[in-house]
Design a protein around this ligand. Structure first.
Ligand code: CP
Ligand code: NVA
Length: 302
């Protein structure tokens, strides 16, 4: 069987993604009921983090522990990767020792190269271009609160970043309409927008993008690696904050999501995360359940 990776949402078919979401909801229920389910006894996950993380690290590590397996946290500070050992060599060595690998890094091309040389599944735990694991949790959360996202309208307000690019992939894979609003010069990947022009629009005005939206999503204005642009970005994004007033422009039953961490007073008003439309804490928790379903899928299909 060929090894299956999860570098973007396009690595799984729409039917496979649907099955992963369904399974995530089942695994969550099992967890809540206190069921012990350990299909990965003696299995090991390697976790390479070249950027900071709270949710991603804890959800993968807890998920692997709950499955009866083990996870090894690898930082470039104390592995040979940080001293220049080639990606290709690291991939060949690590994949002889562990059963599955997740990577959080900068250039997307790096994870593609790693996957090309890995004998075990590789999961994208965030690159500069994509954050597909977060989308699994977001879709699971939408389904739990409102049912299928098929045919719905999603508004992305803010930076055309890794999350926004993954929302474009999600629009195609889960069949919804995506209305993006971002300042000029901060648009998502042009080739992705062009390839999905039938369901994705990009405007600069948040009000237009919020119209009829069933789900409103935003993210930080300066992502990891863009710390030096922080002030310039705060200036450019002034008109892109999501607040309860702004939410009232969306559909009456609209949900609000944010992958977190959030900056209150910047992309969200002080009170937004606690607004009645906000499901950000469920969204964060679902990282655990969605990724357990993903790991199970990849190990069963590789
Ligand atoms: N949303 C998310 O990926 O959070 P972390 O950076 O804390 O992992
Ligand atoms: N866009 C953010 C997401 C963090 C989870 C970043 O890349 O820093």
């Amino acid at each position: 069987m060929a090894v299956r990776h999860f570098l973007t949402l396009n690595d799984l078919t729409p039917a496979e993604l649907e099955a992963v979401i369904k399974r995530a909801i089942e695994l969550k229920k099992m967890n809540q009921e206190g069921a012990v389910f350990e299909p990965f006894k003696n299995r090991v996950m390697g976790m390479i983090f070249e950027k900071s993380s709270t949710r991603t690290r804890v959800s993968f590590e807890s998920g692997m522990a709950q499955f009866g397996g083990h996870a090894i946290f690898l930082s470039p500070r104390d592995t040979q990767l940080g001293r220049g050992e080639p990606i290709e060599d690291s991939a060949r060595v690590l994949s002889r020792m562990v059963d599955i690998i997740m990577i959080r890094t900068f250039e997307h091309e790096k994870i593609e190269r790693f996957a090309a040389y890995s004998n075990v599944p590789v999961i994208n735990a965030l690159t500069d271009d994509y954050h597909p694991c977060q989308l699994l949790a977001d879709i699971q959360t939408y389904v739990e609160h409102r049912g299928s996202i098929k045919g719905k309208v999603v508004a992305w307000i803010g930076d055309g970043n890794n999350m926004c690019n993954s929302y474009i992939n999600a629009a195609a894979q889960f069949d919804f309409k995506l209305q993006i609003a971002c300042p000029k010069g901060f648009e998502p990947m042009q080739s992705l927008v062009a390839a999905n022009a039938d369901r994705v629009t990009v405007v600069s005005d948040p009000e237009t993008a919020l119209k009829d939206a069933n789900l409103v999503v935003t993210d930080v204005w300066a992502s990891m690696g863009q710390e030096e642009e922080q002030q310039e970005r705060i200036n450019a994004f002034q008109n892109y904050q999501i607040s309860p007033e702004r939410m009232s422009l969306a559909a009456p039953d609209a949900l609000f999501m944010h992958c977190l961490p959030a900056h209150r007073g910047e992309e969200v008003s002080e009170d937004m995360l606690d607004h009645s439309s906000s499901v950000v804490w469920d969204e964060a928790e679902n990282r655990l359940h969605a990724q357990k379903a993903l790991m199970e899928f990849l190990l069963q299909h590789s």
